[in-house]
Design a protein. Sequence first.
Length: 255
Amino acid sequence: MDYKDLGNKSKLETPSKIKCFKCQGYGHKANECPNRRTIIALNDGGYQTEDESNDDHREDDSGDEFMGEGDGEEINDDGKLVLVVRRSMSALVREDLDQRENLFHNWCRVQEQLCFFIIDSGSCANVASVSMVEQLKLPTRRHPKPYRLQWLNECGELKVTKKVLIKFKIGSYHDEVLCDVVPMQACHLLLGRPWEYDVGVKHDGRSNKYAFVKDGKKHILNPLSPFQVGEEYRKMGELKEKLEKKKRGEEGSEK
């Protein structure tokens, strides 16, 4: 982080002592906060997210070099989250914008509900979490070729027997993907190699942005920063613990 000259101040504040009143993190001031999404826990146990900036949809100055001719719309999303996930993978929690060891994370909308998604070219399937499918009451179908996997969940080997068609949108980008249904805990939706192939994405490894053209319009998907990803997992983990504690209390009162 670059620190500007503070003029008459005799001494610079060290990063460890500077606290942001927006995200409560250290090492930056509120006007430099990389986490522009405010998440509020609602009384009913859900999340409400409010964007603190109106520039989520903006033109990409480097778009021509990235995708060729034409303007591209950079896409993020915000809204209300009613689904809960917990952290089950290692996300870097740093206050820089380095994407070197970070998977692409951001938000999409499924049935107008905000859901956390990951793009991972190492996945040979598009995957939807059981929690999202059940909570949104999405119709499933039998998997034509059931298989077993281990890496997405901590409870051992799992058999994948169902598929679901997920219709989602990210800003002005609308699409649908056929997904395997898995009790995944890292996100609600994982867009894997099949999605990348079908859409024809171009990935910028340095910025971790994904660019593609759909229906004649170019889209550029922006990732959350590693710091934002860590904050999202932390907040969702805290809310999950709160809901579980409330549920245990209700079950105890019924006995």
